[in-house]
Design a protein around this ligand. Structure first.
Ligand code: PHE
Length: 459
């Protein structure tokens, strides 16, 4: 619907790489990945995860990039242009993004709350890190702080989107390298804490008995989530690229960066879990309660802690903007909404569903730790949303995308686009064609089915 010639383009290749990496590097790497690596048994999970990224993640990303740049359209419009019968694949992606953004903004809000906590109230955080985390989520009453900060985070995300993303491109150029350096520094400190070696052993020890259908599906869903795949965001980002950009090298760089950040986060948090002895029972506590042990143990820990949560917030907002942009672009480009109105409407619904998510953390996930005083009980809403997106909708989105490229659009057309009509080298073009046509759809399909058959226990 939009005229291709009027479409914005990224200012530079670096701007694109940092924006796409900004979308990929987010809460998924720092907040989700370590918890999943821990729950799924450490070393063996890391190997499965790396295989998933190297084989499936890279080829799905390439498939999405080529669809986006070929058409210069958002997810739905792009698929519609290539084959109008398959526009629904883009629609599925938009729906998935909508569900993700609902809880993403909540956790982004927690990160903001921790920035403020480290500035104003660090002694209370450190006195009992787990109690502080649970208190934020409402162990002493309603989780007002968590909900208010989530709203602030959502408002900021919508505000940035309403003004275009040029600012994000600029900010990413400065803050992504800082995030990278800080993670490395904290990882080294965490690994050298007394007692951390047990955590290191846990992460490096490969025990294949920990790998079952659930662990494989968790690794796959996590890879898609972390690389921002399976919901059309990378289609939309690549639609802002010109033929001068080298999709082959960009895909490689973004996948490597994202995976490095996840690994650094894992080696920063798990050794700290063992060193500080904080019970890692709750997914969300990773990254919030556990890291207090590291910050307490280093000089200037209050400042470094604050900086860390600021960067976590930043990593989250460069991702949340990309997800919300996907939903907004759909309403504007395909449904003819005015941009601001679409954003306001979306934000209201996101705020409501997100609030239910945070309340469900209180009344269900923590139920084993204390009994809810109000007697209100939600179904495991938070876990359900994550289960639905990471273990079903994202893999399904990726499945249909690769099926589409492999069998409907054709790998050869995708490769021609990847090389900018032969301008750039694509040494792995043949393996890519094979992956996208056979390996990806079969492996992803099998893993989805296996995950359903082998049970629903949430990691
Ligand atoms: N990749 C982001 C993260 O790791 C989340 C995300 C998912 C962003 C899907 C865009 C699309 O946090």
């Amino acid at each position: 619907m939009t005229a291709n010639e009027n479409r914005a383009e990224f200012g530079s290749t670096l701007g694109f790489i940092l924006s796409a990496a900004g979308s990929a590097v987010g809460l998924g790497n720092i907040w989700k990945f370590p918890g999943k690596a821990y729950a799924c048994g450490g070393g063996a999970f890391l190997i499965v995860y790396l295989i998933m990224v190297a084989l499936i993640g890279t080829s799905v990303m390439m498939a999405e990039f080529t669809i986006g740049r070929k058409t210069h359209k958002g997810a739905v419009g792009a698929l519609k242009e290539l084959n109008s019968k398959f526009a629904w694949i883009g629609g599925l992606g938009v729906l998935t993004g909508f569900i993700i953004i609902c809880y993403y903004c909540q956790v982004g809000g927690w990160a903001m709350y921790y920035v403020v906590s480290y500035i104003t109230d660090v002694q209370t955080v450190w006195a009992d890190p787990m109690a502080y985390f649970l208190g934020m989520l409402g162990s002493n009453g309603l989780p007002v702080a968590a909900l208010v900060w989530a709203l602030v985070f959502l408002f900021l995300t919508a505000f940035i989107i309403s003004h275009g993303t040029a600012g994000i491109e600029k900010m990413s150029t400065i803050l992504m390298p800082v995030l990278f350096l800080l993670l490395i520094g904290l990882m080294i400190r965490s690994c050298t804490l007394p007692g951390a070696d047990e955590g290191l052993k846990y992460m490096l020890h490969v025990d294949w008995s920990t790998i079952n259908g659930t662990a494989i599906l968790t690794a796959l869903g996590q890879a898609f989530f972390s690389l921002s795949l399976g919901m059309g965001v990378m289609i939309t980002y690549a639609s802002y690229l010109s033929k001068d950009d080298n999709l082959v090298s960009n895909t490689g760089i973004i996948c490597v960066l994202d995976t490095l950040v996840a690994l650094f986060a894992g080696f920063m948090i798990i050794p700290a879990v063992f060193a500080t002895g904080i019970a890692p029972g709750m997914g969300g506590a990773f990254g919030f309660a556990t890291l207090a042990g590291v910050f307490m143990a280093i000089p200037g820990g209050q400042f470094i802690g604050m900086l860390f949560y600021f960067l976590l917030f930043f990593a989250a907002i460069t991702s949340s903007t990309s997800i919300l942009e996907g939903c907004t672009a759909y309403l504007v480009e395909e449904k003819g909404f005015e941009r601001k109105k679409a954003l306001v409407g979306l934000s209201i619904v996101i705020a409501i569903i997100g609030t239910l998510y945070t309340l469900s953390q209180v009344y269900m996930n923590i139920k084993g730790i204390w009994i809810s005083r109000s007697g209100l009980e939600f179904p495991i809403f938070g876990d359900f949303l994550e289960y639905l997106t990471d273990r079903l909708l994202l893999p399904l989105g990726a499945f249909f995308t690769t099926f589409f490229v492999g069998w409907i659009w054709g790998p050869d057309k995708s490769i021609t686009e990847a090389t900018s009509d032969g301008k750039y080298k694509f040494a792995l073009a043949k393996p890519y064609a094979f992956l996208v046509k056979y390996v990806d759809p079969i492996a992803i399909g099998a893993i989805i089915v296996a995950g359903m058959v082998f049970g629903m226990n949430i990691s």
